[in-house]
Design a protein around this ligand. Structure first.
Ligand code: ZN
Length: 460
């Protein structure tokens, strides 16, 4: 008689080791982990042979609604096909950002109708006068708060003034949640872009030249000092430059709780991709010089980077192609939730640059721990049965036209990749069988942030 709902066999990537064994799943959770095969029986049994069974990847940085045509359905299908079992959706939605309790509730309701993997939701605040929403958003289940020191859009994605940042940090500190920042100096960039436009210097590389490294490093420096005085947990999103990590290390030693992420394009591309692909390779902050990319890798190997995210931005050709003659007109950001897992596997584990255990920490365990998501991020007893299965030998060619995202614009189009996502499981249910998405919209859950659990137990 079957003891488990599901038994999964393969090379299990556990917290501290890779074991050829099997996992017994019941009611969507891992009930036992065996370091040998053939001891467990299940109503359903999946044998992945020599493929790695990773904890499902957690992508903490995704923008479903920067392009409202994308939404949860396309992005969560893309996530499932990429081995991402939980993602965190950013708050900079069109037309209205998630800076208000009512907007947050509407988004949760939509998520529950449409999600096909599990999803956490970021909150944010209005440019000014919006900090009164922080506690209500935390209590409603926001996973963390995102703000920006750069003005992408005065309403949807504003630059928050220092006075409001400081107030926000104090309030966020009281919730125990993380305050995360897009960190670029607005004044210097705006000035340089105006200068470049005036001189008609609108070639692709102008995008990098108008956002020099000092615009990132100096913005981060200020935020870390604010975090010191407020005691908030600070997270720096999409770090593009190694010096930013040097500064983060200094401030960690000075007692600031600061974590950081980089995104797969900053590790896998450099500014030459901007010359080659133009708007397709435009993101903020921009791609950097090759020696700076090498510096990021050194920090990654040294364990100074907490996680790798996609910063999935689902722009269509209509948002990108307008920048072919003038780079400043193109939207910033690349799609990535479907390809981050295999591309990072190809460049790390497949090349012997990271062990599978180190890879799982960056892609699953650390994001769950930094953002305090209990029950996710590890293959361990009591955790959700979320798995990303990668065949390490399978070679394939990345094809942007096949993306499940509405965005089919990738500088990685045509790249040979070693390591393919052959199966994705969320809470014990197959969401991707290697070919097709196997669940319908509404299967995915809203995963509330840690403040909710705290307030339920009366500690907030
Ligand atoms: Zn982003």
């Amino acid at each position: 008689m079957a003891t488990f709902d599901l038994v999964v066999r393969g090379k299990l990537v556990l917290e501290n080791e890779v074991a050829s064994g099997e996992i017994g799943v019941k009611n969507g959770k891992v009930e036992t982990v065996s370091r040998e095969r053939g001891t467990l029986t299940g109503a359903r049994e999946l044998d992945f042979g020599a493929s790695y069974v990773f904890p499902g990847f957690i992508d903490a940085h995704v923008h479903c609604f920067s392009n409202p045509q994308e939404g949860f359905i396309a992005t969560s299908a893309a996530a499932a096909a990429g081995g991402v079992t939980t993602f965190f959706d950013m708050p900079y939605d069109l037309p209205h950002p998630v800076n208000h309790l009512e907007q947050f509730k509407r988004k949760v309701a939509q998520l529950e109708q449409e999600a096909m993997v599990d999803i956490c939701l970021w909150g944010t605040i209005a440019k000014t006068g919006g900090t009164d929403q922080i506690i209500p958003l935390a209590e409603a289940g926001a996973v963390a708060f995102k703000m920006s020191t750069f003005e992408t859009d005065a309403y949807r994605f504003p630059r928050i003034p220092d006075s409001e940042i400081l107030k926000a940090m104090e309030l966020i500190q009281s919730t125990g949640l993380v305050a995360a920042f897009h960190s670029e100096n607005d004044e210097i960039i705006a000035d340089l872009i105006a200068e470049y436009k005036k001189a008609n210097k609108v070639y692709p590389r102008a995008h990098m030249e108008t956002r020099p490294p000092v615009t990132e490093t100096s913005a981060v420096l200020k935020l870390m000092e604010f975090a010191y005085w407020t005691g908030v947990k600070l997270h720096i999103v999409h770090v593009s430059h190694p010096r930013t990590i040097d500064l983060i290390k200094l401030f960690r030693n000075l007692g600031v709780h600061v974590t950081c992420e980089t995104c797969y394009p900053y590790l896998l591309l450099d500014v030459r991709a901007l010359d080659e692909f133009g708007p397709k390779a435009k993101n903020n902050p921009p791609l950097r010089n090759p020696e700076e990319v090498r510096g990021l890798w050194e920090h990654l190997h040294a364990g100074h980077i907490d996680m790798i995210t996609s910063d999935h931005a689902p722009w269509g050709a209509e948002h990108k192609d307008i920048g072919k003659e003038n780079i400043f007109l193109a939207a910033s950001g690349l799609p990535g939730v479907e390809i981050i897992g295999p591309l990072m596997f190809d460049s790390t584990v497949a090349k012997g640059r990271l062990t599978p255990v180190q890879f799982a920490r960056l892609m699953s365990q650390n994001p769950a721990e930094v953002f305090q998501i209990p029950g996710k991020g590890k293959i361990a007893v009591g955790y959700d049965a979320d798995f990303a299965v990668i065949n390490p030998e399978e070679k394939w060619t990345l094809d942007e036209t096949k993306f499940r995202s509405r965005s089919k614009m990738s500088p990685f189009h045509g790249k040979q990749v070693q390591g393919k996502v052959v199966h994705t499981i969320v809470r014990g249910t197959t969401v991707f069988d290697g070919q097709e998405i196997t669940v319908t919209p509404g299967f995915g859950h809203f995963v509330p942030g840690a403040a909710v659990k705290k307030s339920a137990s009366g500690r907030m």
